[in-house]
Design a protein around this ligand. Structure first.
Ligand SMILES: [Zn+2]
Length: 156
């Protein structure tokens, strides 16, 4: 199944699997489900409040502030489920590091500080950057990953 969102074509291959786990939950799973929902909502709140894509370790630290004890494996598992449901999108940095952000943000440019390593989204005005690209006739742009590097305000 294909879904167009913000001009980017996404492939929905995990939807069937995650729907079946959600619909066939048995009552004795209720406690675990409640805990999962709490963890999932906390992680979504962390990502919503973030100024850029976060590393798993950062998500873990910030989710702990709300939930207290949460294992890193749970964070990975929850991120996988949120990704399957298209709520969260992975961002693979040119270094190979995988970070996470809310899905459906559309085209935007990232900035990574080379000192503290934090990544921030640049304001929407950076769309001008993409408009300045010359794409050959008949070519269709489906995705874009741009990362600028330098020093953030705290590190300069
Ligand atoms: Zn910095």
């Amino acid at each position: 199944m294909f879904l167009a969102r913000g001009g980017v074509v996404l492939y929905h291959r995990h939807v069937t699997a995650s729907l079946s786990t959600r619909f066939f939950a048995t009552p004795r799973d209720a406690g675990a489900k409640r805990r999962q929902t709490k963890q999932r909502d906390a992680i979504l709140r962390v990502l919503q409040a973030a100024s850029g894509p976060l590393a798993v370790q950062e998500i873990h630290t910030q989710a702990q502030r709300e939930l207290g004890k949460i294992g890193i494996a749970t964070v990975y598992r929850t991120l996988k489920l949120l990704q399957d449901d298209q709520h969260v999108a992975p961002v693979t940095m040119p270094t190979g590091e995988v970070r996470y952000e809310m899905a459906g943000l559309g085209h935007h440019v990232h900035f990574q500080c080379r000192s503290c390593r934090q990544v921030v989204d640049l304001p929407p005005s950076t769309k001008a950057f993409l408009r300045g690209m010359r794409v050959p006739a008949q070519f269709v742009v489906e995705a874009c990953e741009v990362t600028l590097y330098g020093l953030c305000a705290q590190c300069t």
